[in-house]
Design a protein around this ligand. Structure first.
Ligand SMILES: Cc1cc2nc3c(=O)[nH]c(=O)nc-3n(C[C@H](O)[C@H](O)[C@H](O)COP(=O)(O)OP(=O)(O)OC[C@H]3O[C@@H](n4cnc5c(N)ncnc54)[C@H](O)[C@@H]3O)c2cc1C
Length: 448
């Protein structure tokens, strides 16, 4: 009998798990169950459809039905997995017509992802509060703009909040972003780098209010504004970008252990506490490469890598997931913002003593037309001189520098080694002295 692999969720993690399982076992019977109507689309592209850079929401569908047919994957859309029986190895699922079936499995992969989170704020039940997680969420925001929305309040200045704020501004709305913490992008940047990014956004006309916790959502039945830090901010569109929470209820009800982060606990093979059950993507924990502690990094890049490892293992192969650094990047107008590893703040919280080096340089030779500024901050563990994090803000060439530092952290490179790196140069593409090397030199000077 062919091996039966069931996957709950059919997005970044689930689809990559299915593809890897198929490549590992050509004969396996692979079923994906998703409660969404559309599957295998890019959530990451949603702000750019709203902003008008991508022509339509359907353009975001990466895996079309033909892909599932070609890979011989049995896809059940608009079907919700309601319970898992780990003793009899079945998943109970109900489709949109109310038909319930018990799907048997030999290996089960849970990729239930995460959902937008709304804290217990007064007025949170009011109509007209938008979030951006699904394609339908994006369509609703788009429709509200088309209906004549002129002003927006975005609650939360993380990556999704800022990308959404820019999208709304691109569509001509007057936008205010409210953030409880004293800085924007608190997961990615230390306050010194966040300040520059905030100033850039303010120059573009986005009103950013940091240090203001949202106390109430105002309006009669429909939300028309928010009260934050004692001040009132009115908006035709109120967008909640407080972050997401892992969807773990199904796993927890089945007796599958959750970890320190409240996401599903996994080992390096993406196995959960229950035999033959794997968990991946936004609902699953990973190990942080620097701290070696459990962490929850809810990124598409992590989801696909988790998915691949679980798919290989679930289909009888052997693969390991080596951990995460939270490498991330975003384009905010013409500025790229990237981060990997620990910020200095996160390192302090992990009780790691650090030395940092920050430099400002150019993305081409200073004399070459079009050279853009780039700022690099390196975070180094004082005792070992190991690089443990980096943040970069620049006009171009940020992503691959973040990736280079990510490799350096994974290979336990020291600041001294980076300061002596052999790098390339030509006036139209970079400076003679690579900015990463200059930042490492800055760290070495402080260490001397
Ligand atoms: C606006 C936005 C921008 C983003 N930008 C980036 C970016 O630039 N870079 C990056 O790396 N990441 C980005 N992300 C994050 C990235 O999209 C997520 O990390 C990724 O989607 C996680 O994939 P997943 O498969 O784990 O979970 P999800 O995408 O959440 O998919 C899980 C699926 O499981 C389904 N499901 C849940 N429970 C059940 C059930 N009981 N039965 C059936 N189906 C169920 C859900 O409906 C969902 O369809 C962004 C996210 C958003 C929202």
């Amino acid at each position: 009998m062919p091996r039966r692999i069931v996957i709950i969720g059919a997005h970044a993690a689930g689809v990559d798990a299915a593809s890897a399982a198929r490549k590992t076992d050509r004969t396996a019977d692979i079923t994906l169950v998703t409660e969404e109507k559309h599957c295998g689309y890019s959530r990451c592209g949603l702000p750019f459809v709203i902003g008008g850079q991508i022509p339509s929401f359907p353009s975001l569908i990466v895996f079309l039905p033909s892909y599932f047919q070609m890979m011989k994957l049995n896809l059940k859309t608009e079907t919700k997995a309601t319970s898992i029986d780990t003793t009899n190895k079945t998943v109970e699922a109900t489709d949109k017509n109310g038909k319930t079936e018990a799907i048997p499995y030999d290996s089960l992969i849970i990729s239930t992802g995460a959902s937008s989170f709304m804290p217990p704020i007064k007025g949170k039940e009011k109509q007209g509060i938008y979030s951006l997680r699904t394609l339908e969420d994006g369509e609703k925001i788009d429709a509200a703009i088309k209906k004549g929305g002129k002003t927006a309040v975005v609650m939360g200045a993380g990556l999704i909040g800022l990308e959404t704020a820019i999208a709304l501004k691109e569509r001509g709305l007057k936008v205010t972003v409210i953030e409880m913490l004293p800085q924007i992008l608190p997961q990615m940047l230390d306050p010194d780098l966040a300040k520059g990014a905030q100033e850039m956004l303010e120059q573009k006309g986005i009103n950013i209010q940091t240090g203001k916790p949202v106390e109430e959502i105002l309006g009669a039945e429909k939300a028309t504004g928010v009260l934050a830090g004692g001040q009132q901010f009115d908006g035709d569109l109120i967008v909640s970008a407080f972050g997401v929470r892992a969807n773990t209820q199904l796993a927890a009800n089945a007796g599958i252990a959750l970890g320190d982060t409240k996401a599903i606990k996994t080992n390096a093979r993406m196995e959960t506490s229950v035999k033959d059950v794997y968990a991946v993507g936004d609902c699953a924990e990973s190990t942080h490469i620097v701290t070696q502690k459990p962490t929850l990094m809810q990124f598409g890049t992590v989801a696909v890598r988790h998915g691949k490892v679980s798919g290989i293992n679930a289909a009888g192969g052997y693969a390991l997931f080596t951990g995460v650094l939270g490498s991330s990047v975003s384009r905010l107008y013409e500025t790229d913002v990237g981060s990997t590893g620990l910020t200095d703040g996160a390192a302090q919280r992990a009780r790691i003593e650090t030395v940092t080096g920050t430099i400002t340089s150019k993305t081409k030779a200073d004399y070459y037309p079009g050279a853009l500024p780039i700022k690099v901050k390196l975070v180094v563990e004082k005792e070992s001189q190991r690089i443990i994090g980096a943040q970069i803000i620049g006009g171009e060439e940020v992503t691959q520098r973040i990736n280079a530092i990510s490799f350096a952290i994974q290979k336990q490179m020291t600041a001294r080694e980076l300061a002596k790196a052999d790098t390339a140069y030509a006036p139209p593409v970079c400076e003679t002295w690579e900015p990463l090397v200059l930042a490492a030199e800055m760290v070495m000077m402080k260490l001397r």
